[in-house]
Design a protein around this ligand. Structure first.
Ligand code: ADP
Ligand code: MG
Length: 257
């Protein structure tokens, strides 16, 4: 990538829950078109890092920029960080989409209704346009015939692909994935990874928390290893898998295979 444009910049992000400091100064920049796999043991703060990125959690300190725009923070009376401008938070959230381990589709809505909800109510597109786009996205994730189905009638892999179509429908600048295949039966993992691979090839910017080492090695442009609230490794898959810097990461990969 010659002209690197930052899509997301995290600078020295700290986040504690009570006395438990989960993020101890994380700095990561995701450039446009990058696919970053975030690896790390359970409890190392991977979900918290994604949640701080889309402001589902508010970092205690540090700087977050989305497409170059810095999220403005102020201190409340108890001295805690909080967003200074909720309209800015809404605007920034609308540039990001998240895909969760448990799909989080609305069970009382059809797949089509799930996908068009945010475009109609948040992006204010017409219903006809939202439906057209939804069909396109369902085609892209390989379930064009599931338009009128309810989530419970789909396999886990189909539900996750529908959730990815819903994420695409908000036309996000960055898609955040939190262990998108961890809840799936093993035989359904591949179809979801294939969709993510296709999105990567389209040049989409993605941050993917995953335990899928094959995806991390072959699809991502960069891999980050998080442990004890710090970025322990950060490099291309070749760099970090062939020449890990830390013993912790060596131990981690050994345990994965
Ligand atoms: P990971 O996704 O890497 O497994 P998490 O980010 O979910 O890790 O959690 C990191 C640590 O933060 C864990 O010790 C977890 O218990 C704690 N934690 C996460 N969210 C909360 C919360 N809302 N309240 C209190 N503790 C939390
Ligand atoms: Mg997690």
């Amino acid at each position: 990538m010659s002209d690197k444009i930052a899509a997301i910049t995290l600078e020295d992000i700290h986040k504690s829950f009570g006395n438990n400091e989960v993020l101890c100064g994380i700095s990561v920049t995701a450039h446009k078109g990058e696919v970053i796999s975030v690896l790390g043991p359970s409890g190392s703060g991977k979900s918290t890092l994604l949640r701080c990125t889309n402001l589902l959690e508010i970092p205690d300190s540090g700087t977050l920029k989305v497409s170059g725009e810095e999220v403005l923070m102020r201190k409340n009376r108890r001295g805690q960080n909080q967003p200074a401008d909720m309209r800015q938070v809404e605007r920034i959230r609308s540039k990001l989409a998240m895909v969760f381990q448990q799909f989080n589709l609305w069970s009382h809505m059809t797949i089509l209704e799930n996908i068009i909800e945010a475009p109609i109510h948040v992006l204010k597109v017409s219903r006809a346009e939202a439906v057209d786009k939804a069909k396109e996205y369902l085609q892209k994730v390989g379930i064009p015939d599931k338009l009128d189905a309810y989530p419970s009638h789909l396999s886990g892999g189909q539900q996750q692909r529908a959730a990815i179509a819903r994420a695409l429908a908000v036309e996000p600048e960055v898609i955040l994935f939190d262990e998108p295949t961890s809840a799936l039966d093993p035989e359904l993992v591949g179809e979801v990874l294939q969709v993510m691979h296709n999105l990567a090839e389209e040049g989409r910017t993605m941050i993917v928390v995953t335990h899928e080492m094959g995806f991390a090695r072959e699809v991502s442009s960069r891999v980050i290893f998080l442990d004890e609230g710090l970025v322990m490794e950060d490099g291309s898959p070749a760099e970090i898998f062939e020449a890990p810097k830390t013993d912790r990461f060596k131990t981690f990969i050994k345990a994965m295979v």
